[in-house]
Design a protein around this ligand. Structure first.
Ligand SMILES: [Zn+2]
Length: 394
């Protein structure tokens, strides 16, 4: 049997928007078909030790071997990738004489694979391609294809056009951003997420929520992103608590995988002050990215109320509030809904409870101000505003 002879499944959907997305319980089994379609003969599988220990990498290897597809492995991606992860992956790619990549894991493995992709056809250092410095102009559409298989429902990197890494010559989390970095195919199998520890389901799910919410509120005109974002907000509100309390609920897990993709599709419009602060909280205070967003988000929403009441009111309705209440009232309820969602997910609600030190707040605000995310926040922020937000969230 060749991969093209795999039987059609009644529960797995394939759609292109614009990435080819294979979605549904058991979708992982379609990997050989996507490899064959893209003409890959020797893919490099990029992953991390957590995915290896969970037995998910072995399933990928078995599937590829089952169809006689040779592959090379790189299993050493670190939780917050750096240039070293990219260099290690590139060495494995060259050693295996590879012609494409398959990334399986959370945002770190998916992003690391994108950085390896860049280095296969572009001169180092990676900092040359820093989006904040206009580096996207140096990226060309000549990179080998990437198939992304997420094992969390959070970053949406499987359909996103950015790879993030901490680089020595920028000293910060650096975003490399280009439509050429969008994976050629995403395989979204909700069964891969059912064994996630509940606190990771919660934190990654809140990252997806924050992408949808900040994109929806972001300044600028992007009705396509807005429509996708508001639907993502609806899905997270109804399905994240279910996935948290009933991990094996595949309908909720599927909903969350869709919401994660919607977040990443929508945030090409922009993000906001919450992500600017989160991008500083991870390297300075060691917070998980999704957790950092979850803790800061209600404070940022409250601060944005004066500039975005109408949009926040629609967020409240998407989360289940009665649309007949007035706009100001609904905007206040949106903030309250998000606070209660975090409480239900048993996430800390203050930065001090998440291990952040008060003396680090000025440095966090300084780094956050350097981050481009706040430039599309609906209310204009200065460094002093970011410090005030960080103190309020503390
Ligand atoms: Zn995020």
């Amino acid at each position: 049997m060749t991969p093209f002879d795999l039987p059609v499944s009644p529960i797995i959907t394939e759609m292109s928007w614009p990435t080819r997305i294979v979605l549904g319980p058991g979708a992982l089994a379609r990997l050989p078909l996507q490899v064959a379609r893209l003409g890959m003969k020797r893919p490099l599988v990029v992953t991390d030790q957590g995915v290896v220990k969970a037995g998910l990498a072995a399933r990928v290897y078995d599937l590829l071997a089952g169809f006689g597809i040779r592959f090379q492995r790189f299993e050493d991606v670190n939780p917050n990738p750096t240039d070293r992860d990219a260099a290690g992956g590139l060495a494995a790619y060259r050693a295996g004489d590879c012609d494409g990549l398959v990334a399986i894991g959370g945002g770190s493995s998916l992003d690391a694979a994108k950085l390896v992709q860049v280095l296969t056809t572009h001169e180092p250092p990676l900092s040359r391609y820093d989006d904040a410095a206009g580096g996207d102009r140096y990226l060309k559409d000549d990179m080998p294809p990437l198939i992304a298989i997420p094992t969390t429902a959070g970053t949406g990197s499987e359909v996103g056009r950015s790879g993030v890494a901490t680089l020595p010559d920028t000293g910060r989390k650096t975003v490399i951003f280009s439509p050429y970095l969008m994976p050629k195919a995403a395989i979204c199998d909700p069964e891969l997420t059912v064994k996630l520890p509940p606190h990771i389901t919660a934190a990654t799910g809140m990252d997806a929520f924050t992408h949808c919410l900040e994109a929806y509120l972001a300044s600028g005109f992007h009705p396509l992103a807005d429509a996708v974002a508001i639907d993502g907000i609806r899905r997270v509100a109804r399905s994240l608590p279910v996935a948290f309390h009933t991990p094996e609920d595949l309908a909720a897990r599927t909903d969350m995988m869709i919401a994660a993709m919607q977040g990443a599709m929508a945030f090409q419009k922009g993000l906001g002050a919450c992500h600017a602060l989160a991008h500083a909280l991870t390297p300075i205070s060691g917070l998980h990215h999704g957790l950092a967003n979850a803790v800061v988000l209600p404070t940022v929403m409250e601060w944005n109320r004066s500039a975005a009441a109408a949009r926040l009111a629609r967020v409240a309705v998407a989360m289940g509030e009665d649309a007949r209440a007035g706009e100001e009232e609904l905007a206040a309820r949106a903030v309250d809904r998000v606070r209660r969602l975090s409480l239900e997910l048993q996430l800390p609600v203050r930065l001090r409870d998440a291990g952040v030190r008060e003396e680090d707040l000025p440095r966090i605000a300084g780094k956050a101000f350097e981050d481009a995310s706040h430039q599309t926040n609906p209310r204009r922020c200065e460094e002093a505003d970011l410090l005030e937000l960080a103190r309020a969230a503390f």
